[in-house]
Design a protein around this ligand. Structure first.
Ligand code: FAD
Length: 307
């Protein structure tokens, strides 16, 4: 039985594990894929104090740092059920195994919703991007599209318009869904074109990187081409929390509701990183939240006696 069991091996989970292990308590990490979203990332330029690194390199460094400590790493394990208890919480895995721990830290992260059109996968990290805070500056002076006219799409378009030469915002619906104040701001920008009733149909490229996209005008059925260098897909971030529904309080978007200490609605269960209601999904934020949740779990342990 563990004192702290971390579910998820991204930046939040790795940090939570290190902070727990440094307290000398029995710590485990169970992750489907150690490294998390960082593994899918190329250039990282906002991991402060490291001006440039790449995802696979940072993921390897996270794992190496965890392995410096006595942490049991259970890789390739997908959690499917959380069973709260008075003193011990149980986590069940897809392979039928289950683990018991006095506290659990949920750090299962999130995934970006994809367009699922030809070219999107082939040009991921080669012009197709999901995070404007991360990759916006890579497109300085270039032409980009933002897919999605909700709050995150319109915020991304406003943000990018200050960096790139031109932004085309593409919304499937007949109108934008973002807050009025954001729409007004967007419409005031000279280097933004807004297309509504437009369905992105293909990402075009030259074999190396993105060169454009095609979209269908949903009113006429006509197909149009836009030449550009970057495409930011902003049609939703899905937290990996489906398995927690009905057990832990989730927000309407499926994020785990946490308080300022990373405490969830279930005693002894904490959460950190992209899977939670904490805003702005970034590596440095996930690291800090992982540390916080771990210290809160330790605080919980010293206030409750071992069963
Ligand atoms: P994740 O990294 O998502 O890790 C989640 C972990 O939980 C993984 O180990 C996963 O396998 C595991 N898991 C999920 N479900 C289960 C389950 N049921 N059972 C067991 N394990 C499970 N941020 C930046 O700051 N800078 C950047 O440049 C940057 N670029 C990015 C580029 C791309 C393409 C993407 C996708 C994201 C980028 N981000 C960037 C965002 C950043 O990667 C995330 O904010 C960060 O990884 C979140 O960390 P996390 O630990 O909360 O979750």
């Amino acid at each position: 039985r563990f004192d702290v069991l971390v579910v998820g091996g991204g930046p939040a989970g790795a940090t939570a594990a290190i902070y727990a292990a440094r307290k000398g308590i029995r710590t485990g990490v169970a992750a489907e894929r150690f490294g998390g979203q960082v593994l899918d990332t190329m250039a990282i330029e906002n991991f402060i104090s490291v001006p440039y690194t790449e995802g696979p390199k940072l993921a390897a460094a996270l794992e190496q740092h965890v392995r410096e400590y006595e942490v049991e790493i259970l890789n390739l394990q997908r959690a499917v059920k959380l069973v709260p208890g008075k003193d011990v919480v149980e986590v069940e895995f897809a392979n039928g195994a289950s683990l018991r721990s006095r506290t659990v830290i949920l750090a299962t992260g999130a995934r970006w919703r994809q367009m699922n059109v030809p070219g999107e996968d082939a040009y991921r990290n080669k012009g197709v991007a999901y995070c404007p805070h991360c990759d916006g500056p890579l497109f300085k002076g270039k032409r980009v599209a933002v897919i999605g006219g909700g709050n995150s799409g319109v915020e991304a378009a406003i943000d990018l318009a200050g960096i790139v030469s031109h932004v085309t915002l593409i919304e499937f619906d007949s109108q934008l869904r973002a807050d009025d104040v954001l729409q007004r701001k967007l419409k005031s920008l000279a280097n933004v074109t807004i297309l509504t009733s437009a369905r992105t149909t293909e990402v075009l490229g030259d074999g190396q990187k993105v060169s454009g996209l095609t979209y269908e005008n949903r009113n006429t059925g006509d197909i149009h081409t836009v030449e550009l260098e970057g495409i930011f897909v902003q049609i939703g971030l899905l937290p990996n929390t489906e398995w927690l529904k009905g057990v832990v309080d989730l927000s309407p978007r499926g994020e785990i509701v946490v308080d300022a200490h990373g405490q969830t609605s279930v005693p002894g269960v904490f959460a950190a990183g992209d899977c939670t209601t904490v805003p702005y999904k970034q590596i440095v934020i996930a690291l800090g939240e992982g540390a916080k949740a771990s210290l809160s779990a330790f605080d919980h342990l010293i206030r409750t006696s071992a069963p």
